[in-house]
Design a protein around this ligand. Structure first.
Ligand code: ADP
Ligand code: MG
Length: 720
C-alpha cells in the first residue's frame, strides 16, 4: 500500500508543513490543557485516546438541545432531560449515615419541584446559594406522583448568560474510572473545547475543490468544529455527512488500491485457450441453458483467466441460483490449458454431493475426478496423492483435507472455495501456495451479501453477482405455524408424501445446549415415527453425532427416494440437493438466524413441484425473532433477506473474515449510510481511473492525507 503512494515530487515546504501538522495531531494527549500524565494514561487505557488526533476523532454519542426552556407545570414525561430557570428555596439535610440525603425546593412562576442528592451531600450544600436564580438541567423522575430531580446540574443564571451554550450540547461517553478522576463526559467535552482552537491551522482541506463542490461537502475544518459543537441540527448533519464520507473514502482508497496493487503485482497463469473440455461440455453435456446471469459471470471469469493476472473473484448469488455449474465451467477452462482444478467445500456431505454431481457431469468428457475428505481410506488417499502429482487426476473435490501440505498438485490452476465464509483466512490462504504462481481463486458465497458489505468488507475482491434464478422455479410458499398446530402440519406432510414428495424436518443444534437439543431431536424423531409408521413411510435421520459413513448412508437413502422424511440438524444446511423434496419444516425456527433459515429453505424448491417451508415456533417470540419469521414469510429474495439480517445483527456479525474495527468506521454505519458509501466508492474509482498514482496537482493534499492514514496500517491478508 505504502509503495503505491510514493512522496514523488512534493515540494520541501509541503513536507515541512506536513511534518509540523502531523506532529501537532500526534502530540501526546497528556500535553493538552486539563490532562497531564496521570489522566493521560487513564484516557489511553480506558478509551484508547493517546494523542490529539484520537481525541479529535472521539465523537459525541448524542447531543442535547439546550436552546429550549421548560416550565415546571409543563413537565409531562419523565423520560428526557429538561432545562428550567428557577429559584432555589429551602435546603434540608435528611436521614443519617448512608441514608443521608439533601433536598431542596426549586420554583418558577408556575410551580415547584424537589431536587434531591444522595451523594456528595456536604459539597453540594456548601456550593448552593439559597434564593439565587439557577438554570437547572436534568431528567425528572416521579416519586409519589410528583416530579423530582435527582442530582440535577445547576448553573447560576448569570454564569449561564455569560457563557451560553449555543445550539446543541455534545454528550461524550466516559467510564467510571475516568469520572472518578474528574473526566466525566462533560469534562471530556471541555478537553475538546481546549483542543479544537489549537487545531484550526492544522485542519487543512485535503479534498480537491472539484470534489467538495461535486458532492456538496462541508469543509473539513468546519466539519470537525461542528460535529463537536454544532450550531444546530442542520449543521450537525452536514458535518456528519462530510466526516462519514471521508471515512468511507479512506476505506475505499485502501481497498481499491489493494485491488490495483494485486492486479499490477501478482502474476497468474494465463488460460489462453478454450478447448474441447469446455466446448464439448457446453455443446453436448450441459443439461440446460445457462441463465443470463450465469453467462455474464462466466464471461467475467473468462476475462480474468486469459489475461495472465491473478484472479481473486467472489461469486455471490442466492441459494439455488446455480453457482456450481459456473464453478465447473471455470474448472474446465483450467483443464483446457493443461492445469488441474480443485473445489473445496466446508462439510463432507457437501463435498460428497458436489463430487457425485460433478462426476456425473464430467463423465462424458472422460475427466479424472476424485474426492478427498477426512474419511477417505488411506489406500485411496495414497492413490489420489500419486495421481495428483503425476497429473492424471484433473479435478479434486474435497473438504479442508485438500489443503494439507501432503496434498501436492502437478499443476494446480484454479481453486474454487464453496461457502467461503466457513473457512478461515489461513485455510484459504494456503491454497495460494499450491503452485509456483498462486492458482486462480474463485470463492462462492452461500447467500447474497448486503450491498454495503460487498463494497467494504469484500471491497478488495472482484465481485460477480448471479442475480437471476433458473427459469421455471416456483416461489416457495412459506408459512409460520405455532407448535400447537403440529398435527395439522403432520397432516399436510402426509398429503404431500402420498403425492410422492419428500420432506425435511430440521432441528436446531447449537453447541452450548447440545444435550438438550439432541434430546429434542430424538423426541421429535420418535413422534414422527409414531405419526408416519412403516412400511408406508421410511424415515432418515442425520445429525452431528453420527459417523461420516452413517450420515452418508442415510443421506443416500433420502437422495434415492428410499426414505420420505429426513429428520436432521443443520448439517444439511449447506448445498444439499434433492429436487424431489418439496417441504421443509423447521422446528424451533425462532432460534435460527435469517441467513440460516434462508439457506435451509433453499433445500426445497429445486424441482418442478410447488414447495413449502413451514416455520414452527413457540408462542414466545422476541421482537427480533418476529421480524425474522415475518421476513421469511414475506420474501424469497436472498438479497432482501441479507439486508434485513444486517440490520438485525449489525454488520460485525455478518462479516466473518474481518473485524468491524478493521474498517475504522467511527461515525459511518454500514447499515444506515449506504448512500454515502456508494458515493465515496464511485468517487475513489473515478479518481484512481484518472490518476492512479495521485500525481496530479489537485490531488497532492489528499495523497499526503492518505499516506498519513495508511502509513501505520498493517497490510491485510491477500485473500478474502
Ligand atoms: P447454488 O447457487 O445454491 O449453489 P446450485 O449450483 O446447487 O445452486 O444449483 C441449484 C440447482 O439448479 C441445481 O440442481 C442445478 O443443476 C440447477 N441449475 C443451475 N443452473 C441452471 C439453469 N441455468 N437452468 C436450470 N437449472 C439450473
Ligand atoms: Mg451451492
Amino acid at each position: 500500500m505504502r509503495n503505491l503512494l510514493p512522496f514523488g515530487q512534493s515540494y520541501c515546504w509541503g513536507i515541512l508543513l506536513l511534518i509540523f501538522r502531523m506532529n501537532l495531531l500526534e502530540t501526546s494527549i497528556e500535553y493538552l490543557k486539563g490532562v497531564g500524565p496521570k489522566r493521560g494514561q487513564l484516557l489511553k487505557k480506558e478509551l484508547g485516546l493517546s494523542n490529539y488526533s484520537d481525541l479529535l476523532h472521539f465523537f459525541p454519542f448524542r447531543y442535547v438541545d439546550r436552546s429550549h426552556f421548560h416550565k415546571i407545570n409543563g413537565l409531562i414525561s419523565a423520560t428526557t432531560e429538561v432545562q428550567i430557570v428557577g429559584t432555589l428555596g429551602v435546603i434540608k439535610e435528611q436521614g443519617a449515615g448512608p441514608k443521608k440525603r439533601l433536598t431542596a425546593q426549586f420554583s418558577d412562576e408556575t410551580g415547584s419541584v424537589e431536587l434531591i442528592w444522595f451523594k456528595g451531600v456536604k459539597w453540594v450544600k456548601d456550593s448552593l446559594k439559597i434564593g439565587s436564580t439557577y438554570v437547572l438541567y436534568g431528567k425528572p423522575s416521579v416519586y409519589q406522583n410528583r416530579f423530582n430531580f435527582p442530582h440535577p446540574e445547576l448553573e447560576l443564571l448569570n454564569d449561564f448568560k455569560a457563557n451560553p451554550i449555543n445550539g446543541l450540547q455534545p454528550v461524550y461517553p466516559s467510564t467510571e474510572r475516568l469520572s472518578n478522576q474528574g473526566l466525566n463526559g462533560k469534562a471530556i467535552g471541555k478537553l475538546l473545547k481546549n483542543l479544537l482552537p489549537q487545531l484550526q491551522n492544522t485542519l487543512q482541506e485535503y479534498l480537491p475543490d472539484y470534489l467538495i463542490k461535486k458532492y456538496r461537502l462541508k469543509g473539513c475544518r468546519e466539519a470537525y468544529n461542528q460535529v463537536h459543537f454544532p450550531a444546530n441540527i442542520e449543521e450537525l448533519e452536514k458535518a456528519q455527512r462530510r466526516l462519514k464520507f471521508d471515512e468511507f473514502l479512506f476505506l475505499q482508497f485502501e481497498l481499491l488500491q489493494q485491488k490495483q496493487l494485486h492486479r499490477e503485482t501478482i502474476k497468474g497463469f494465463a488460460f489462453k485457450n478454450l478447448g474441447s473440455y469446455f466446448n464439448d461440455f457446453y455443446k453436448q453435456v450441459l443439461p440446460f441453458t445457462l441463465t443470463g446471469a450465469q453467462q455474464r459471470v462466466l464471461k467475467e471469469i473468462r476475462k480474468d483467466l486469459r489475461q495472465g493476472i491473478h484472479m481473486n473473484r467472489l461469486v455471490q448469488g442466492d441459494v439455488g441460483s446455480g453457482k456450481t455449474i459456473v464453478a465447473l465451467m471455470a474448472m474446465l477452462m483450467a483443464l483446457d490449458n493443461n492445469f488441474q482444478a480443485c473445489l473445496m467445500a466446508p462439510t463432507e456431505i457437501l463435498a460428497n454431493q458436489h463430487f457425485s454431481s460433478l462426476k456425473e457431469l464430467t463423465q462424458p468428457l472422460g475427466v479424472e475426478i476424485a474426492l478427498l475428505t477426512g474419511s477417505t481410506k488411506s489406500a485411496e488417499r495414497r492413490k489420489i496423492h500419486e495421481q495428483l502429482e503425476n497429473g492424471t487426476l484433473k479435478i479434486l473435490i474435497g473438504t479442508h483435507a485438500l489443503i494439507e501440505d501432503k496434498v501436492k498438485f502437478k499443476n494446480l490452476g484454479l481453486a474454487v472455495v464453496d461457502e467461503q465464509h466457513k473457512f478461515g483466512v489461513a485455510q484459504r490462504a494456503s491454497l495460494w501456495k499450491k503452485n509456483s504462481l498462486p492458482p486462480h481463486i474463485l470463492v462462492m458465497t452461500a447467500t447474497p451479501i448486503p450491498r454495503t458489505l460487498a463494497m467494504s468488507v469484500y471491497g478488495h475482491l472482484d465481485i460477480s453477482v448471479i442475480d437471476e434464478l433458473p427459469p421455471g422455479r416456483k416461489e416457495i410458499e412459506t408459512h409460520h405455524r405455532y407448535d400447537s398446530s403440529r398435527l395439522q402440519v403432520f397432516g399436510f406432510m402426509k398429503q404431500q408424501i402420498e403425492l410422492g414428495r419428500q420432506v425435511y424436518v430440521v432441528y436446531p443444534l447449537i453447541e452450548e445446549s447440545e444435550k438438550m437439543d439432541y434430546k429434542d431431536l430424538m423426541d421429535g424423531y420418535e413422534s414422527i415415527e409414531r405419526a408416519f409408521p412403516k412400511p408406508n413411510c421410511q424415515i432418515s435421520i442425520v445429525h452431528g453425532r453420527m459417523t461420516a459413513e452413517a450420515k452418508e448412508i442415510e443421506m443416500q437413502r433420502f437422495v434415492k427416494g428410499q426414505t420420505q422424511i429426513m429428520v436432521a440438524t443443520t448439517v444439511i444446511e449447506v448445498g444439499v440437493n434433492v429436487p424431489n423434496a418439496s417441504i421443509m419444516v423447521i422446528e424451533s425456527s425462532e432460534r435460527f438466524g435469517l441467513s440460516q433459515l434462508h439457506q435451509l429453505r433453499g433445500r426445497v424448491g429445486r424441482g418442478a413441484e410447488q414447495s413449502y417451508c413451514i416455520l414452527m415456533s413457540s408462542y414466545k417470540l422476541s421482537a427480533n425473532a418476529k421480524t425474522r419469521l415475518k421476513t421469511m414469510v414475506e420474501t424469497n429474495d436472498g438479497f432482501k433477506i441479507s439486508e434485513v439480517d444486517m440490520k438485525l445483527r449489525g454488520p460485525g456479525d455478518l462479516m466473518g473474515t474481518r473485524q468491524s474495527g478493521d474498517l475504522n468506521l467511527k461515525l459511518a454505519s454500514l447499515v444506515l449510510d449506504g448512500a454515502i458509501l456508494e458515493q465515496a466508492r464511485l468517487c475513489v474509482q473515478k479518481i484512481l481511473n484518472n490518476d492512479p498514482q495521485l500525481a496530479l496537482m489537485p490531488h497532492q493534499p489528499l495523497k499526503r492525507k492518505l499516506q498519513e492514514k495508511l502509513a501505520d496500517k498493517t497490510q491485510w491478508g491477500k485473500i478474502s
